[in-house]
Design a protein around this ligand. Structure first.
Ligand SMILES: [Mn+2]
Length: 422
């Protein structure tokens, strides 16, 4: 190691396997991982922390799994000797756990399941190891109700919000205690880093109010940043996709997602956070910008000629971008996709989504009538079909069945899109 101190890189919310209106994003992820590896090496990073939502779904495609494994393997032999991966709300703990012991051989530590029976000891450890410790990590995965209740003991709460707040607080109090005990045992004044996948009070999910689907799934309840007292020298958060500090504190941060998870999350830049620990001083945090491999842009207009003009301009500004077209005028001009096909053919842009959007009282409402079948993604078509057979299939009686059918559809769709069907 040529530098003094210990360096970690904080990222989260990869959502590997994500698709955008059934367009595969595997190439974007490939380019993200190349850049991430370059950043790790150039900055002589010692450990990579990934705070949840590794995969977009609990049953990731083979292509998404392949990317994950080959990236982690590619770090072998570099300066980045350790990786810590926690499960987010999108991850299936059992999916992450399938490769846990195998990845341990590459010094990749996977924490997917809070081990209540063992007082959550699996979440607290030293990096790079206990023989030459540099930092203590409290790596909490996304806390589901059972883990929250186990952290609380038999205590009961009136509302979900109180339950989530108190349970999360109790959980991090336990981890803090374990970390302090470990620090005492190792006999060195080591910095303590927490990892968590949750919605901290005061964090803003996005500029766009519509952007809640990905950012806040599961518990809508937020937790107070007071659950991270200064004993935690740095808190590496995941769950919110927009990079930000929490409660104005430099040491409590969301790295945000490397790729925007939809047009509403489109942004000019993403980042990862480099945290440098030196003995006796507060850690220094430096955001490192990521090049977005592909721009997502929205083109809106009240008539086709306005939209056409903007398409030509957008092609010059952001060649290769994926585009959402929003028709905001009155009435209908038929299939937007058919009307604009030639215009897009003349450019390097790709039309990903086309929709009619009406402005009502300053709020947006999407008109669902007058849409051509070609304007729906396969998932949307499937959802409509599911709605129409809800009673017949008994989905209203058995929501679990509905979820299983939806998951099966997504698996098949991903296999088809990524050409993995044998
Ligand atoms: Mn996420």
């Amino acid at each position: 190691m040529s530098h003094i101190g210990y360096r970690i890189l904080h990222t989260s919310d990869w959502h590997l396997g994500n698709t955008l209106h059934d367009h595969s994003r595997i190439e974007e992820y490939r380019s993200f991982f190349e850049e991430l590896k370059k950043i790790l090496v150039q900055n002589e990073v010692d450990a990579l922390l990934v705070s949840g939502d590794i995969f977009d779904t609990g049953a990731p495609s083979n292509a998404a799994l392949e990317l994950y494994y080959s990236f982690l393997t590619s770090l072998n032999g570099t300066c980045c000797k350790n990786v810590v991966v926690t499960a987010g709300n999108h991850d299936s703990p059992s999916t992450l756990n399938t490769s846990r012991s195998l990845l341990e051989l590459l010094n990749v530590r996977v924490v997917a399941t809070p081990d209540a029976a063992n007082q959550f000891k699996n979440e607290v450890f030293a990096l790079p190891n206990e023989e030459a410790p540099q930092v203590i990590v409290c790596a909490a995965p996304y806390l589901r109700d059972a883990s929250l209740q186990a952290s609380l003991g038999s205590e009961k709460f009136e509302t979900d919000e109180q339950f989530v707040r108190a349970g999360t607080k109790a959980h991090f109090e336990k981890l803090q205690k374990l970390a302090l005990e470990l620090r005492e045992k190792l006999g060195k004044n080591l910095p303590i880093v927490a990892m968590a996948h949750l919605y901290a009070a005061g964090a803003s999910p996005s500029d766009n109010a519509d952007d809640t689907e990905y950012s806040i799934v599961g518990n809508l309840e937020n937790v107070n940043s007071e659950i991270f007292p200064p004993v935690f020298d740095y808190v590496a958060l995941g769950h919110i996709h927009r990079p930000q500090k929490v409660a104005g504190e430099d040491r409590i941060r969301y790295s945000g997602s490397p790729l925007p998870m939809g047009f509403d999350e489109a942004r000019s830049q993403s980042e990862v956070l480099l945290v440098n620990f030196e003995p006796g001083v507060a850690p220094v945090v430096r955001p490192i910008g990521l090049n977005l491999p592909r721009k997502l842009v929205t083109i809106s207009g009240t008539d086709l000629s306005e939209i056409r003009e903007k398409i030509a301009r957008q092609d010059r500004e952001t060649p290769g971008a994926w585009v959402r077209v929003q028709f905001t005028g009155a009435g209908s001009v038929g299939s937007l996709r058919e009307n604009l096909a030639d215009d897009f053919d003349r450019t390097s842009l790709e039309l990903v989504q086309a929709e009619y959007v009406a402005r009502v009282d300053n709020s947006r409402a999407t008109l669902t009538e007058e849409r051509d079948l070609s304007e729906f993604s396969p998932t949307e078509v499937f959802e409509r079909r599911m709605e129409s057979v809800e009673t017949k299939m008994g989905f209203d009686q058995d929501p679990e069945l509905k979820i299983r059918v939806e998951q099966a559809f997504q698996e098949i769709l991903k296999s088809v899109q990524e050409g993995m069907v044998d």
